[in-house]
Design a protein around this ligand. Structure first.
Ligand code: SAH
Length: 365
């Protein structure tokens, strides 16, 4: 009798591995960026395309899922910016909105602000068809003008109020290593046993490596992140507005931050692509360079904990606790700690703000 293989994969699950292997056989070792793009966004087998990765039952949890104060404070912050902009007709946009918990909290927190909902149209840039359906259900009735897009260029050209929480970490990166022979790229090849493995290849180094620090650790570069930041900054410089980028990341030298997570645990990046999230920490230094190139002013990055506290996170939680039952109170306080404490998300996560050069320094920076 033939016994079934251990942990059989759902049908179709191995297809992406096979596709990646055949591409490597044909074209040679694959840059990590191409592998990430396929694993996350392949139109049929990509991780984000097929599933809702968020929440306890999913693979990871994000700030808006942890506490309502995250979206409420950001909503209040956006309204202040909108007032400073002269209350224009504006595009309220979120890129990579996930379960739209953040957008739902922003819309709820701002619903009482005179003229705000009338002045905005809502724009969600989302590649996942599975998530789009959920987003549509969650936001039904919360605003009369909600639009979905696959690319930033589709968001109408008008003053922009943009948020991106845990979006940039999902954009593909390449990795380079400085060796005695010069720069080498870390790519994905095939082992003798025909398994995916990391190897180093001699590739012409991209221009960005001219300024890269030389160390014994890999250097990561995301062209997709830089390009995205440039178009956002360009839009803001031309039409006015602000953008808030929140993510885990670093500013100075770093190393290998490529990671994969499945069901709230680390997973091998090269195993079963398409079934687990793959991310890299965001290089905020490169994002600020890109934002400057796009013509925006830049504030931060600062630690998420510090920013939320300056916006009144503690006071908001104290106010909510006054009306809360004991269990809720405990959850509110635990949520606040998780978002702001330096040993939790408070320091690892950073907040970067890009604005039109005419805007005053935004609150919290
Ligand atoms: N901002 C949300 C979700 C973060 S998860 C939150 O804070 O909870 C990342 C989100 O980005 C998912 O919605 C994913 O489908 C989306 N995404 C990833 N890559 C994308 C891309 N290239 N274009 C548009 N959306 C993308």
């Amino acid at each position: 009798m033939i016994s079934p293989p251990p942990n059989p994969l759902p049908q179709g699950e191995g297809e992406l591995t096979n596709l990646i292997k055949s591409r490597i056989r044909q074209d040679g070792p694959m840059p990590i960026s191409e592998y990430m793009a396929l694993a996350l966004a392949h139109p049929e087998h990509g991780y984000y395309i097929r599933r809702d990765p968020l929440g306890v039952q999913g693979d990871f949890t994000t700030a808006p899922e942890i506490s309502q104060i995250f979206g409420e404070l950001i909503g209040a912050w956006l309204v202040i910016q909108w007032v400073l902009m002269g209350k224009p007709q504006a595009a309220l946009a979120e890129i990579g909105p996930g379960r739209v918990t953040l957008m739902a909290d922003i819309l709820r927190a701002t619903s009482g602000v005179k003229g705000f909902h009338e002045a905005i149209s809502v724009h969600l840039m989302e590649i996942s068809t599975a998530l789009r359906q959920k987003q549509w259900n969650t936001l039904a009735g919360k605003h009369p003008d909600i639009n979905w897009h696959t690319g930033f260029a589709e968001i109408p050209a008008k003053p922009l109020l943009l948020v991106a929480n845990e979006f940039f970490d999902a954009l593909p990166i390449r990795q380079f290593m400085h060796t005695d022979l010069g720069w080498r790229e870390k790519r994905i090849g095939l082992s003798e046993k025909d398994e995916l493995e990391f190897i180093f290849t001699a590739e012409p180094p991209p221009d960005i490596l001219k300024d890269a620090p030389i160390s014994d650790r890999p250097y990561e570069y995301s062209e997709a992140a830089s390009k995205m930041m440039i178009v956002i900054a360009n839009r803001i410089a031309s039409y006015g507005g602000v953008g808030l980028i929140i993510d885990y990341g670093y500013e100075g030298s770093h190393g290998n931050t490529l990671q994969s997570v499945r069901q709230h645990a680390f997973h091998d990046v090269l195993v079963e692509p398409g079934t687990a999230d793959i991310t890299a920490h965001v290089d905020f230094h490169n994002l600020t360079l890109a934002a400057a190139e796009g013509g925006s002013f830049i504030y931060g990055p600062i630690h998420q904990g510090e920013w939320l506290n300056r916006l009144g996170a503690k006071e908001r939680v104290t106010a909510l606790c006054e009306k809360a039952k004991a269990k809720q109170k405990k959850e509110l306080l635990a949520g606040l700690a998780r978002l702001t404490a330096s040993d939790q998300m408070g320091q690892l996560f950073k907040v970067l703000c890009v604005t039109h050069p005419s805007m005053p320094k935004p609150e919290g920076f």
